[in-house]
Design a protein around this ligand. Structure first.
Ligand SMILES: [Fe+2]
Length: 315
């Protein structure tokens, strides 16, 4: 893909020299202030030359340098929970590119930081794509920004009860209990509606543009393009329109917060701007990437071969 360089220079690289996990943890705490400042400036930092050979080592490192881990409950991408706080980054079809998103930005609660490491790089492709959310906001059409700010965004999801297209509600919410799921929805102001076939429709309102939790900087923070099936390409989108009675029955769909339609032209504009701000830094082994989830969105390039990228999320 075509690479453009972010104005802000994300991610900032820290070249280390084959540090053992314990040495890295010591280094991290010695430099913590500098690293945090850089993360706030760049939106993402990447450490090269850290011995991360296994899931356990990755878990040990993130457990040491981060606290308040979040689970992936309410997530919309297939992934496997490996150990306590570690997930595979995604198991979505490797021939497809995953569009840019800030993790769980449609949800009432999202992580502040994401930790990634690549245990096995793909044969080709498979980069974790990054884009600066401040840059996306500044490049986005002004009228669209105003509309998102004033109306917010409504995310609609249809989750099946075991068989069907996309993820099930059981996997999404890591539970088999409808009561528990309803409790969660009430707690986070998610409207829910059970269907006759044991499927579930969710409506979730969100701001779409937020102020960063520490700096207050405004950032583009939504998944409009990822939720709108227009991003799947003309053919698939047309096929879906023929299958589902209304757009609200699509596995995922999105409108403005007041129910106004977000046109295909606007989704196209969002995809264009986001693409312009996206960079594709290659993965090597023994790297740790920390992403400020509000300052930077991420995605994944399609790839060939086997690829294992681990992820952990914290508040
Ligand atoms: Fe993600």
């Amino acid at each position: 893909m075509k690479e453009t360089t972010s104005k802000i220079g994300l991610p900032k690289s820290f070249q280390l020299h084959d540090l053992k996990p314990d040495e890295f943890i010591t280094y991290y705490f010695e430099k913590e202030k500098e690293i945090e400042d850089e993360l706030l400036l760049s939106g993402a930092v990447k450490f090269h030359g850290v011995q991360i050979e296994s899931i356990d080592v990755f878990q040990n490192i993130v457990n040491s340098i981060a606290t308040k881990f979040l689970s992936y409950i309410d997530g919309n991408s297939p992934r496997t929970k490996l150990t306590g706080n570690v997930y595979t980054s995604t198991e979505y079809d490797k021939t497809q590119r995953i569009t840019m998103h800030n993790e769980l930005s449609y949800s009432a609660k999202w992580p502040g930081k994401l930790f990634f490491s690549c245990i096995q790089p793909a044969e080709s492709g498979g980069e974790t794509l990054l884009a600066d959310s401040r840059e996306i906001l500044s490049l986005m059409d002004n009228d669209l920004v105003k509309e998102v700010e004033s109306k917010g965004v409504m995310y609609i999801r249809n989750l099946h009860g075991g068989k069907g297209m996309g993820p099930s509600w059981q996997d999404t919410f890591e539970t088999e209990s409808k009561d528990q799921l309803e409790e969660y929805c009430k707690q986070y102001n998610i409207e829910y509606e059970w269907k006759e076939d044991n499927g579930l429709r969710l409506r979730q309102k969100s701001k779409g543009i937020v102020g960063h939790r520490t700096s207050g900087e405004k950032v583009w923070f939504n998944q409009i393009d990822q939720f709108h099936p227009y991003q799947l390409g003309e053919d698939l989108y047309e096929a879906m329109k023929a299958i589902f009675p209304t757009p609200e029955d699509f596995p995922s769909y999105v409108t403005f917060g007041n129910g106004d339609v977000i046109s295909e032209e606007l989704v196209s504009e969002i995809l264009r701007v986001t693409q312009k701000a996206t960079i594709a830094p290659a993965w090597n082994k023994n790297e740790l990437l920390i992403v400020d989830n509000e300052l930077a969105s991420h995605g994944r390039n399609s790839y060939t071969g086997n690829r294992t990228v681990l992820v952990s999320m914290c508040e």
